[in-house]
Design a protein around this ligand. Sequence first.
Ligand code: IMP
Length: 195
Amino acid sequence: MPAKLIFATNNAHKIAEISPLIAHQFQLITLAEAGIDIDIPEPHDTLEANATEKSITIHRLTGENVFSEDTGLEVTALNGEPGVKSARYAGDTRDFGKNINKLLVNLSGQSDRSARFRTVVSLILQGKEYQFEGICEGHISETPSGHEGFGYDPVFIPAGANRSFAEMSLREKNQYSHRKKAIAKLIDFFNNNFA
Ligand code: IMP
């Protein structure tokens, strides 16, 4: 019987990306399945601290093993912005289209369009916290393309590809994805220490 693990997120896209990766190892429980309906705070100025905040909030509520993740888009020419503020880059409405527009405006005329997604996963297992990082290097396109995925996917082209994340299936995105890399580290860690 696989170990139960709550995924501390309300983001259906993240659940869809991670579920198939983790299904062999863990019985993944969403917040909805755990009967928890809260907007988990992300008050800090680092991905690491926000990831911890999310997993600890849910661990305190349930006492169960939990993981969370926080992700940011770090753009070189913008000194790492939007980074930890990726969700609210263009305001509190967290509008993906407005965020993309603001990014493209801020990058107009820049020759360096390199960027990376960085994910920090926080796992609380048997009351102890462990963190895992996943990075996907790439660049920001001049115009959005594709309708898959979420967030900045229509303008992010991972290194080694010539299409945006939003033009890829879930399976293809996971060949490159920051989130996939962080989760792979979590699974390795679990297999080496607890399986
Ligand atoms: P969160 O705070 O980890 O939920 O994510 C912050 C924001 O980063 C999201 O609202 C998205 O705009 C963006 N983001 C996170 N992961 C991805 C991704 O895999 N693709 C595109 N955008 C993402």
